[in-house]
Structure formats: structure tokens, C-alpha cells
Write a protein that binds this ligand. Structure first.
Ligand code: SF4
Length: 408
């Protein structure tokens, strides 16, 4: 089956585009994508700013701090250390613990399973050969009969016309010619329940891996839509495994990836000298000042939405920039009020102090109706307010209001 059967084939990145992205990033090494960044990218596919920054590999967390709006999310150092320790425990001795869990969960015969580490920790120029090696090993295993656990296979995915490598935070195991993706997470499962938001994030990240593996192998049915999630049980370090069906996440992911504008089209709309270099000069000062970075960021169109607060490091910067705009009220409001850009404009149309043009007539009618219903609701609520309780004296007579009868 051709690669397109799994949702498209990777497009090799043009050298010109690569050079342009390098100029934007400046002298800093690029940040690589991982499943989390791809999942986050697809949560706001219309944002050119995020697309350009991620394609260029700019460190958004440092950039946000440099322009005065440090990010307030991400894992704490404690959570990262705990997560790494748990993962190490589950993978110890050639994934012995993991194989036991898989045997129990899936009822598979994994006695003869082998373990292969496809090379964690390698960096830089070795990515391409390492990806090629992973492809060869995985494709070979898909033909073989022996169950195999692969640790750290380096995958690749086409994101807006750019081939990006996925950091190998991944275990995949093959049994009977089909692969399963295994996600090891350090959030706990307490009494059989885990935090729904964290499970949802793990599911979309796993879907990124499933999609990348399917594209690498060229067959959708080569990788199961059931991924295995391994977490600590209750308040212990004892791992527990469960399966998650990621078919819905795969559909969303493929749809959103297809909606991303090609990166070279976005670059064409930007000034040639645009740079977001975060490096320091020889004297310890910045190569590009905070003011210049702010100005450069302002030249790349953003599409702020409240969801950015949980998915993008630049959220506070973009929220400030978008203050007063209807987009800050959420995607639903933005869509309902198409063409009404600011909250002042919306209020003017709602109260009839601003005459709508043809394009905004429908939105204006809706806003006027909403304002009228809201005013009527307020009026009805205030009419229904019961009279204030009257204090009684010990004889059951109404007490004089405070201050009444007081002499001058
Ligand atoms: S925070 Fe800004 S850059 Fe990030 S996705 Fe939202 S609008 Fe785009």
C-alpha cells in the first residue's frame, strides 16, 4: 500500500526554505519536535506564528521569557525526575517489567520476546541515518515472527511540508506482524481512575506516534489503534497497564495536519530579514534586543485563542497582544462573530451605536438580539428580587430603620 494510503507522503524540505528558517532561528541550535509539540501544533492549526517558530526550531519558552511573558506551564523539575525514574524502572532489564504487563494485558505469548534499543541520546547530524536504521529494523520486524520490543525508534512526520524528526520518547512492540505503541507516563492511576486531561493528552501524543509509525511502514494496518498506557498504580511505583483506543485522535490529527498551511507559503509573507535569534554576543549581551524580538514577533500573524494558555509557551504574550479582540473570548465567539474583530465593535453593534456594514449585518442582528434578551433577563431578575427583610422588635412590630428617631 502506498504511503498516501496512511494520510500523505512526506515532502522533502527545500534548501531555500531551510536556509530561511535558519536565519529566523539565528545561531542557536534548533529545538526538535516531539509528539507533544505536534499535538499542540494541531490544537491551533491556523496560527502562522506558532507554525513558523516550530518549523524554525526557535525555543519558544526562552523567547517568551526574553520578551517579558514567561510561560507558566510545563512539567515541574520534580515531575520530570519522577517521570524519568518511573520510565527507567519499567524499561529495566530489557523491558522485563513491561513485557510482563503486556503479557497480562493483551494475553500474548511474549516469552521469546527480544529487546532492541534503536539508539537514545544520539543527536545532530546522525538523525537521518538513525531514522533510516530504525526504518530498516522496524520494516524487517514487521515481516518477522518473533515478538520484539523497540525502544527509541526515531520517526519522521511531514508537518506543513517540512519533514520533522520525532524525539524517541517511544516504545513500540511488534507481535504477529502488527505493532503497538506503548506510552509510559508518570501520572498515577488511583482506584482505576486517572486524570482525564492527562489521559487525553497521552492519547493524542500516542496518536502522533501511531501515525508516524504507519507512515514509516506504509500500511495503516501495520500499527494498532489500541495503544498501551503504562502508569504508576495508586501512590506506589508499581506499574499498571491499560489500552486506549486512539481512532478518534487519529482522525483529528490527520485532519488538523492537513489544514496546516505549507511553511514556505507562510515564509513568503514575512520580511526577509526577520530574525528571532536568542543567542548572546561575545560580550554576554543579546544579539537581538528584547524590543527587536517583540517587533519581529509582531510581524508574524498569530491567532490567539484561550486554548493557547495550555498548549503554547507564547500564550501570555499573544493574549496581551490580542487584548480587546473578540478572538480572546474563544473559538466559538470568533466563529459566531466573523468580521467583528474587537469587543468595542461588538458592543457598539449590540447597542446600536455603530451602524453595521453589509458584511457584519448578520452578526449585528445577533448581537442586538443577545443584548435585548440580556437586558430583559436583567430587568425580570431585578423585578423578581424580594423586598429586603424587615427586622422585628421583641413584640413582633417592625423595627425602626437604622438612624430613624435619632435626634439632631
Ligand atoms: S500562543 Fe500565540 S503563537 Fe502560540 S498558538 Fe497561540 S496565538 Fe499562536
Amino acid at each position: 500500500m502506498p504511503a498516501s494510503a496512511c494520510g500523505g507522503r512526506p515532502v522533502r524540505h527545500e534548501g531555500k526554505t531551510e536556509a530561511r528558517l535558519g536565519r529566523i532561528r539565528g545561531s542557536e541550535p534548533p529545538r526538535r519536535h516531539n509528539a507533544r509539540t505536534i499535538a499542540a501544533l494541531t490544537s491551533n492549526p491556523g496560527c502562522a506564528r506558532r507554525a513558523v517558530l516550530d518549523a524554525a526550531g526557535v525555543d519558544k519558552e526562552r523567547l517568551a521569557a526574553r520578551v517579558g511573558f514567561p510561560a507558566a506551564f510545563g512539567q515541574s523539575q520534580f515531575a520530570i525526575v519522577r517521570g524519568n525514574a518511573f520510565e527507567k524502572q519499567v524499561k529495566a532489564d530489557g523491558c522485563a517489567e513491561l513485557l510482563r504487563l503486556l503479557r497480562e494485558l493483551l494475553g500474548l505469548d511474549l516469552e521469546q520476546a527480544t529487546y532492541r534499543d534503536l539508539g537514545a541520546g544520539e543527536t545532530g547530524d546522525s538523525l537521518h541515518p538513525r531514522h533510516a536504521a530504525a526504518r530498516a529494523q522496524l520494516a524487517g520486524a514487521a515481516e518477522g515472527a518473533r515478538p520484539t520490543v523497540f525502544d527509541h525508534p526515531l520517526l519522521r512526520l511531514d508537518i506543513a511540508g517540512q519533514e520533522v524528526y520525532l524525539e524517541p520518547d517511544l516504545v513500540a512492540f511488534q507481535h504477529g506482524g502488527a505493532f503497538h505503541v506503548v506510552e509510559i507516563k508518570s501520572f498515577p492511576v488511583i482506584d482505576g481512575q486517572a486524570d482525564g486531561e492527562k489521559v487525553a493528552a497521552a492519547a493524542i501524543q500516542s496518536a502522533v506516534y501511531v501515525l508516524a509509525l504507519r507512515r514509516l511502514l506504509g500500511r495503516a494496518d501495520a500499527v494498532s489503534h489500541e495503544v498501551v498506557l503504562v502508569c504508576p498504580k495508586d501512590f506506589s511505583n508499581v506499574p499498571v497497564a491499560t489500552t486506549i483506543d486512539v481512532r478518534r485522535q487519529l482522525l483529528v490529527l490527520e485532519h488538523q495536519l492537513a489544514r496546516l498551511t505549507r511553511i514556505d507559503t507562510l515564509l513568503d509573507a514575512l520580511p526577509d530579514d526577520l530574525t528571532l535569534d536568542l543567542a548572546e554576543n561575545g560580550a554576554g549581551g543579546p544579539v537581538v534586543t528584547a524590543e527587536a524580538l517583540t517587533g519581529a514577533l509582531g510581524r508574524v500573524a498569530a491567532r490567539y485563542a484561550p486554548g493557547c494558555l495550555s498548549t503554547c509557551e507564547l500564550a501570555f504574550f499573544c493574549r496581551r497582544e490580542a487584548a480587546g479582540r473578540t478572538a480572546t473570548l474563544g473559538a466559538g465567539v470568533r466563529e459566531e462573530l466573523g468580521g467583528v474583530e474587537t469587543i468595542d465593535e461588538a458592543l457598539g453593534l449590540a447597542h446600536g451605536t455603530l451602524a453595521p456594514d453589509e458584511e457584519r449585518a448578520e452578526a449585528a442582528a445577533m448581537l442586538r438580539t443577545a443584548a435585548r434578551v440580556y437586558a430583559e433577563g436583567l430587568q425580570a431578575a431585578s423585578a423578581a428580587v424580594p423586598p429586603a427583610p424587615v427586622a422585628l422588635t421583641a413584640d413582633g412590630e417592625p423595627a425602626a430603620p437604622p438612624g430613624a428617631g435619632a435626634g439632631p
